[in-house]
Design a protein around this ligand. Structure first.
Ligand SMILES: *Cc1c(COP(=O)(O)O)cnc(C)c1O
Length: 387
């Protein structure tokens, strides 16, 4: 296929070629990469649970009890007591009637959006929504209307122009910018214009709110109709999988209609057991969130002293926007030379001219780690652009 060679050559020429780092051990803030121990600021393991002994122990015990593979889809014999218990515990945690497990957040978004919006419906998407929500729109065949990032006036205009079924979809915390969606306005617009609202809280869950219930708790709002919550378990929970949370009726509907729920193997029950252990920790150890927010504040204060322009984010996602791919790559390489791992994020993951260092923090970082990052940043000659 000529397309393959052409596309690879284009990516190389435009500094958009992507490569993977190989980790020799567990996820953590000091991963072993190619025989070297690095200080990493790039994982979404925000609470430091991916390698927590209690989570690992629950995973092992789960494997002893249930084996490795679920062996079937949820509807055809693969739905174990571990999955079921996790669903009940997640629903109780976020405060909805029910929750439904999906194998990944990507699949949860594809399945939910396609089930909720058919080709007669209209979807409203924030332009910075996660790729899985963009792909979900394509799959659903609904009419898609995109609005500029967090532009609620524009969203209202679009809603007012539209009749028929409406579904608004938005990240709760935007994955590459770290800012929080204007949830109260999204909800009132959904109510006023008879729309359903799907909030993808991949980066808010576990992190925001006193109890870690995410963007909804951050605003003191319960996740109930017209809002639906999608949460992922591979980020702050340090595990794997995702869920949709809502009413009894919504979940029963998704069990019937969501194709990415029906036509795929259930995730390994041991993973569900590990997630149950991490859900316990998310609730029992609020110090993880407190420490994390302290680190974010320390970083932002230090960055301000260095004259770095950061995006307006209060979450553990702290992007330093540099502009062109080569600028972000050069900055990433200079940090790497000092033993610090912060990959460059380039288009199409972020908009053109928005290449950046996406710096993320974890409760497993120490204040000294943050200071080491600040020191390294001060020595590499970057300043950051405002968005
Ligand atoms: C990571 C992410 C997803 C996908 O979740 P996975 O479980 O990793 O597939 C969906 N939405 C957002 C905003 C994400 O950041």
């Amino acid at each position: 296929m000529p397309r393959i060679a052409t596309e690879l050559a284009r990516r190389r020429a435009q500094q958009l070629y992507r490569r993977r780092e190989i980790l020799d051990g567990p996820q953590g803030v000091e991963p072993r990469v190619g025989g070297e121990t690095l200080l990493a600021f790039c994982s979404n393991d925000y609470l430091g649970l991916a390698n927590h002994p209690a989570v690992v122990a629950a995973f092992k015990a789960g494997a002893e009890r249930y084996g490795v593979g679920a062996g079937a889809s949820h509807l055809l014999g693969g739905h174990s007591a571990a999955h079921h218990a996790l669903e009940e515990e997640l629903a109780a945690f976020v405060g909805t009637e029910r929750a439904l497990l999906f194998s990944t957040g990507y699949m949860a978004n594809l399945g939910a959006v396609a089930a909720l919006a058919d080709r007669h419906a209209t979807l409203f998407e924030d332009k910075l929504n996660h790729a899985s929500l963009i792909d979900a729109a394509r799959l659903s065949q609904a009419t898609v209307k995109r609005f500029a990032h967090a532009d609620m006036a524009r969203l209202e205009t679009l809603l007012a122009q539209t009749s028929g079924e409406k579904l608004i979809v938005s990240d709760g915390v935007f994955s590459m910018d770290g800012d929080i969606a204007p949830l109260p306005t999204l909800i009132s617009l959904a109510e006023k214009h008879n729309a359903t609202l799907l909030i993808d809280d991949a980066h808010g869950l576990g992190v925001l709110g006193e109890g870690g219930r995410g963007t909804f708790e951050h605003y003191g709002i319960a996740p109930r109709a017209p809002a639906i919550l999608m949460g992922t378990l591979g980020k702050a929970f340090g595990s794997f999988g995702a869920f949709l949370a809502g009413s009894e009726e919504l979940i029963e509907y998704l069990i019937q209609e969501a194709r990415t729920y029906i036509y795929t193997t259930a995730l390994p029950p041991a993973v569900a057991e590990a997630t149950r252990a991490s859900l316990q920790l998310v609730q029992a150890e609020p110090w993880r969130r407190e420490h994390l927010h302290m680190l974010v504040q320390r970083f932002r204060a230090g960055a301000a002293r260095l004259g770095l322009t950061l995006a307006p984010s209060v979450t553990p996602i702290q992007p330093l926007i540099l502009g062109e791919p080569e600028q972000a790559l050069a900055a990433s390489r200079r940090l790497r030379a000092q033993g610090i791992l912060v990959p460059a994020i380039r288009p199409p993951t972020v908009p053109a001219h928005g290449a950046r260092l996406r710096i993320t923090f974890s409760a497993a970082h120490s204040a000294a780690h943050v200071d080491r990052l600040l020191d390294a940043l001060s020595g590499i000659g970057v300043s950051g652009n405002s968005v």
